[in-house]
Design a protein around this ligand. Structure first.
Ligand code: GUN
Ligand code: ZN
Length: 446
């Protein structure tokens, strides 16, 4: 067993439905006793060390220990395509994202990109992710192999499309079915259950009705598989989908018609939904991945969070790398806050507790993993990120002057970057070298 000693901050309840102050759980000089990858006790460190004097203590009192972040929408083959600014969605896909995605046809290339991608997640403190895979089955296999090796919690699948996109990325529905089956057999439930399959039509713009039928078939034959795609991201895209599916009521209906919208569905963006679409999502208990830096970078629009919440649609955060501007869910949280501020009275004022919720607990719920991850209560996996601001940094100055845990979180969301991630663990396995683990505390927690 290992005893971790830290200021532990997490979210114990949904701050959108309960008092955010009460939802925040901040335990100064807290002990987490971890056995076989799980937190078995959470209590004042003094109590735990008294009861377990022989256990090794890992001293993380500098900075703050948070649950590992949960990214509900991130593209593996786009790690080298970040920063293509100045284009709306469809131009960006054609000129920036898809030429890079085509390169993953090469096994050796995909293997390097998979490592770069997982490095990016870990460096940002993300321990669980719903990953948009590659169009190439072999590249998806490569991703799962690399994720299993590291012990990350990844839900991912082969991206399928049979129209509109450049030729190398297209496949036939029968091929998608047989390749999907093989990947599911090999990977769904592998890695001690930390790996799962997500059926992934890219978006209905690039998927014919027979391809969407294949997606339904793959979903139907797999217990506990997920469905992920894009919806209502950009005005031109929405119009083109409408023209391609004249018999469907709206964009969401292009998926719902095939039985693809349910409690294990996560759809990215949804910047331009109708009220009816929100009602269908809520009834289905499907989730939306809000990707705020991507929405800003591509000029997709201002996310109507209030309408989602009022109609009962669950919302979590996605980095949407490579349209998003990096892997940091701290940055996504800050951008989500900015967008709601800019919406004025139509926006939802987000507190730091809301931001931590969106980056951790909400994602765990969206992925059906809230019994395992999303917070650091006893019984959960020890999936954690240790933020320790660099000495002399503006974040260090601000952390030292925070007046309480909520204020500390506000300063973290304003200032923290992957450079402040000093340690990451997945099921107690260190994912990134933690330096100075034994150093003592310097300064108070707030
Ligand atoms: N819609 C279809 N494919 C993509 C993608 O790769 N990124 C984003 N942001 N939207 C999409
Ligand atoms: Zn996306």
């Amino acid at each position: 067993m290992t005893l971790y000693r830290a200021l532990v901050v997490d979210v114990a309840a949904n701050p959108f439905t309960t008092d955010p102050t009460a939802a925040l759980r901040a335990d100064d000089d807290c002990g987490l006793l971890v056995r076989d990858g799980r937190v078995v006790a959470r209590a004042p460190y003094a109590d735990l060390v008294r009861d377990h004097p022989d256990e090794e203590t890992v001293d993380l009192r500098e900075g703050v220990l948070l649950p590992g972040f949960v990214d509900t929408h991130v593209h593996y083959p786009q790690v080298r395509a970040i920063g293509g600014l100045g284009m709306p969605l469809l131009d960006w896909l054609r000129d920036c994202a898809l030429p890079e995605e085509a390169r993953l046809a090469d096994h050796a290339y995909a293997a390097v990109v998979a490592e770069e991608f997982l490095d990016g997640l870990v460096a940002a403190g993300t321990t669980t992710a719903l990953v948009f895979g590659s169009h190439f089955a072999d590249a998806v296999d490569t991703l799962f192999t690399a994720a299993e090796h590291r012990g990350l919690r990844i839900t991912a699948g082969q991206v399928v499309s049979d129209r509109i996109l450049r030729g190398e990325l297209l496949t036939a529905p029968e091929v998608a079915l047989s390749e999907g089956r093989k990947l599911i057999e090999r990977w769904h439930g592998a890695g001690s259950g930390r790996l799962r399959y997500a059926v992934t039509p890219r978006f209905s713009l690039s998927a014919s009705e027979p391809m969407l039928d294949v997606c339904a078939e793959l979903l139907g034959l797999t217990d506990g598989a997920w469905l992920t795609s894009h919806v209502n991201e950009n005005g031109v895209e929405v119009e083109e989908v409408r023209a391609l599916f004249p018999d469907r009521r709206d964009y969401l209906d292009t998926y719902a018609h095939h039985g693809l919208v349910g409690p294990r569905t996560v759809l990215a963006h949804n910047v331009h939904p109708t009220d009816h679409e929100l009602d269908v999502l809520a009834d289905a208990r499907a989730w939306v991945a809000h990707c705020p830096t991507s929405n800003a970078a591509l000029g997709s629009g201002l996310f109507p969070l209030r309408r989602h919440l009022e109609r009962g649609v669950g919302v979590a955060l996605g980095s949407d790398v490579g349209a998003g501007t990096g892997f940091s869910l701290v940055k996504e949280g800050l951008q989500a806050y900015f967008v709601q501020q800019l919406l004025g009275p139509a926006g939802v004022p987000l507190s730091p507790v809301h931001l931590l919720h969106l980056a951790t607990r909400a994602g765990a719920e969206a992925l059906g993993l809230s019994d395992r991850v999303g917070d650091l209560a006893a019984g959960k996996d020890f999936d954690a990120v240790w933020l320790r601001p660099a000495a002399g940094s503006t974040l260090a100055v601000n952390v030292a002057h925070a007046k309480d845990a909520s204020d500390l979180l506000a300063r973290v969301f304003a200032l923290a970057t992957p450079a402040d991630v000093a340690g990451v663990w997945a099921a107690d396995r260190p994912l990134r070298a933690s330096t100075s683990l034994a150093s003592g505390s310097s300064g108070g927690p707030y």
